[in-house]
Design a protein around this ligand. Structure first.
Ligand SMILES: Nc1ncnc2c1ncn2[C@@H]1O[C@H](COP(=O)(O)OP(=O)(O)O)[C@@H](O)[C@H]1O
Ligand SMILES: O=c1ccn([C@@H]2O[C@H](COP(=O)(O)O)[C@@H](O)[C@H]2O)c(=O)[nH]1
Length: 258
């Protein structure tokens, strides 16, 4: 497949190469992929692997065709009372209302309209947004949006062109979350385990796990599942290059640009 792409300049371990940026002007609809799954299931790692396999790491935004954003950037501002609870590990960050869902919807709509967006920067250590800090998301051909509850609200869910669910067993997820939260998110063991027992696990069962049924592809074992990731990468490549069309118009766009 890659051998047919004469203008390609980026190679990767699958031999898939992207050519010049298809969607390099504002206003074109990117292919939007939602990546849901429980905490520490490997959502970010799966997105990273997809980007690597599409040859999309270490590049400037003028060249980059695939970008990844996280639902965690959209945690809402807490009231002083909620902040005090959060500091004691008594705030439920796994409930759908913990996010600024209007901001998510508007941002995703802007992304689909091919607009440049500013995304808040979130600090897990303070349980709050970093003041006046934003990440600029430039228009791209493919946008990955990962998070525990990206398929929860129908208005947001319906906007994805492809929906992936990273399905990693809960013992493995807890075993990964504990060291991650201690090392990277400034927690101690008691805090992580209490939060997991009282909020994370029940909310996963009530809100996140039921959204698996909306997924087009379920990825058992997360980033270990290289076969699933390779199939997804090939499908994205085909869509971007017009071999497969999709009902939202990118197929037509790709065809016309080939
Ligand atoms: N397949 C894997 N094998 C070993 N560790 C992994 C694997 N996938 C993810 N991790 C680790 O587990 C933690 C959570 O992974 P991450 O991708 O951040 O999950 P999520 O985005 O779903 O919260 C990270 O420390 C990551 O390095
Ligand atoms: O201030 C915060 C915000 C979020 N969390 C936890 O993060 C996870 C979601 O992130 P993943 O990368 O998908 O694990 C969620 O389970 C929240 O409990 C937090 O602890 N503090």
């Amino acid at each position: 497949m890659a051998e047919n792409v004469s203008e390609s300049h980026k190679a990767n371990d699958m031999g898939i190469r992207f050519g010049s940026k298809i969607n390099d002007v504002e206003g074109k609809t990117p292919f939007l992929i939602g990546v849901a799954g429980g905490t520490a299931s490997g959502k970010s790692t799966v997105c990273k692997r997809i980007m690597e396999k599409l040859g999309q790491v270490d590049m400037d935004h003028t060249e980059r065709q695939v970008v990844c954003i996280s639902q965690d950037s959209f945690y809402r501002e807490l009231t002083p009372a909620e902040k005090a609870k959060a500091e004691k590990g008594l705030f439920n960050f796994d409930h759908p209302d913990a996010f600024n869902n209007d901001l998510i919807l508007h941002t995703v709509q802007d992304i689909l309209a091919g607009k440049k967006c500013e995304i808040p920067v979130y600090d897990y250590r303070t349980n709050s947004r970093c003041d006046n800090q934003f990440t600029t998301i430039y228009p791209a051909d493919v946008v990955l949006f990962e998070g525990i509850l990206v398929f929860y609200f129908p208005e947001i869910r319906e906007l994805f062109h492809m929906k992936l669910f990273v399905d990693t067993d809960s013992d493995t997820r807890l075993a990964r979350r504990v060291p991650r939260d201690i090392k990277e998110r400034g927690r101690d063991l008691d805090q992580v385990l209490n939060q997991y027992m009282y909020f994370v696990k029940p909310a996963f069962e009530e809100f996140c796990s039921p959204t698996k049924k909306y997924a087009d592809v379920i990825i058992p074992r997360g980033a270990d599942n290289t076969v699933a990731i390779d199939l997804i990468v090939h499908h994205i490549w085909d869509i971007l290059h017009g071999a497969v069309s999709h009902k939202f118009g990118l197929g037509a766009m790709s065809n016309s640009s080939c």
